[in-house]
Design a protein around this ligand. Structure first.
Ligand SMILES: Cc1cc2nc3c(=O)[nH]c(=O)nc-3n(C[C@H](O)[C@H](O)[C@H](O)COP(=O)(O)OP(=O)(O)OC[C@H]3O[C@@H](n4cnc5c(N)ncnc54)[C@H](O)[C@@H]3O)c2cc1C
Length: 402
């Protein structure tokens, strides 16, 4: 019997395996895709912003040096509101940190995680293996199809990490709620003439935030919130037209926008599972919470879920995990995580409503809010720590060790 089954080998499933192997458990990941497939690179690469809390967790798992080598650090965040005087700056040094976070291409992060998984003797990765069924009594039995054959896996417990649509969550009968914010985000990498290394920009416009995240060299990832018709229009613009519109909205802080990569637009939605547990199964990652990308928090939050679970599991030996003790552990996991998840969701929703509203009152609040934030170090520190994922209490992985 394998100790833990993880359904879904996306970024979260792989990270969960890398953490839980240190709680002296053997892990099998069931992943439908082929993780070796190379994704788009260069100006068309997709990227992810990692918070300081995620850096700490990767440090604890011993894979931070590999990730750091491929990531662009964020040491300053410059926040402004279009057409208003309010500006605030957050600096890593003010919080005694080397970096507030970093940006890395999804493909590069995935490769680092996959290398670590493949090097582990305690993790077995089943690729091109499609989850089909799940039943549970004193153990969990997962049915999956690989090379046309139906196979069974028996495990002490299972983590459901198969994404926002989560077939496993549906098979367990856990419902979910999706909220549509009636907005869209347009994502594109650009090249600028005067890059400011280590600096990320967040600029608030009446239609929503525009983030420019450093990817290293002249490349920045642009994450631009718009109304759905504006997003459709941005998708139809040629590169010159899009660069001109972006330049007009962002200004010249990074010089000229010289090149624009592929653009894609996604609706701003958030999906939330109705429960984080069911018997011997726990939900993590997008299967539990798929937040909208405006606040760049979903993956970072999921890593903190994993850090919490690792802490709880490390306190238990495998033999202790009978039905009652697993149920107590699952209750504790749900209680601890719901608290933080609600705070992060409120923070993300606040960003969308406060910074995506054309009413003059909101415009005024945006400007004064940013100006005041810059003058009030305690408030600013609180906002910065929340953004970095460092405001929600600690555990061993968050402190950077196993
Ligand atoms: C545009 C964009 C920008 C973002 N930026 C940030 C950011 O800056 N910071 C941040 O923290 N978060 C960000 N996020 C969120 C982040 O990308 C997600 O939180 C994260 O990728 C979720 O990973 P996951 O492993 O839970 O889900 P997924 O990536 O969806 O992985 C699920 C896995 O399950 C597998 N699977 C599905 N069905 C089955 C099945 N039947 N059998 C077996 N396997 C199955 C899939 O193949 C997949 O590999 C962003 C998201 C978007 C869309």
């Amino acid at each position: 019997m394998r100790d833990v089954a993880i359904i879904g080998g996306g970024l979260v499933g792989l990270c969960a395996a890398l953490a839980l192997q240190h709680s002296k458990r053997c892990i099998t990941i069931i992943e439908a895709g082929n993780l070796e497939q190379v994704q788009a690179g260069g100006l068309n690469a997709r990227s992810i912003a990692l918070s300081a809390s995620s850096i700490q967790i990767f440090r604890a798992l011993g894979i931070w040096p590999q990730i750091e080598a491929l990531a662009a650090p964020i040491r300053q965040i410059h926040i402004s509101s279009r057409g208003r005087w309010g500006v605030t700056r957050l600096q890593a040094a003010d919080y005694e940190l080397d970096a507030m976070g970093c940006v890395i291409e999804n493909q590069a992060l995935g490769r680092c995680l996959l290398d670590a998984v493949e090097a582990s003797r305690n993790i077995k990765l089943q690729q091109k293996a499609e989850f089909e069924s799940i039943t549970q009594d004193t153990t969990v039995n997962v049915g999956y199809r690989k090379k046309g054959r139906l196979q069974q896996l028996e495990a002490g417990f299972a983590l459901i990490a198969d994404g926002a649509r989560s077939p496993a969550r549906a098979a367990l009968g856990i419902g979910h709620q999706t909220i549509d914010y009636g907005q869209a985000v347009v994502i594109s990498n650009v090249e600028v003439s005067k890059p400011k290394i280590d600096t990320a920009y967040e600029r608030f416009t009446p239609h929503g935030p525009l983030a420019m995240l450093p990817l290293g060299g002249k490349r920045y990832a642009c994450v631009w919130t718009m109304t759905p018709p504006q997003a459709a229009q941005a998708g139809e613009q040629n590169e010159v037209e899009f660069a001109a519109a972006l330049q007009d909205c962002f200004g010249y802080r990074l010089g000229l926008i010289e090149a624009v990569g592929e653009r894609f637009s996604i609706p701003i939605q958030r999906t939330r599972a109705d429960a984080l547990q069911c018997g011997r199964c726990l939900l993590v990652g997008n299967a539990a919470n798929a937040l909208h990308p405006v606040a760049g928090q979903s993956f970072n939050l999921s890593l903190r879920d994993i850090a919490c679970l690792y802490e709880l599991l490390s306190e238990q030996s495998l033999v202790d995990l009978d039905a009652d003790s697993f149920s107590a552990l699952a209750d504790e996991y749900e209680k601890l995580r719901l608290l933080e998840q609600r705070q992060v969701i409120r923070y993300g929703d606040g960003l969308v409503t406060l910074f995506s509203n054309e009413l003059p009152l909101f415009d005024h609040l945006r400007a004064t809010g940013l100006g005041l934030l810059d003058l009030l170090p305690a408030l600013k520190a609180q906002a910065a720590l929340a953004g970095m994922g460092m405001a929600f209490g600690g555990n061993r992985l968050l402190r950077g060790h196993l």
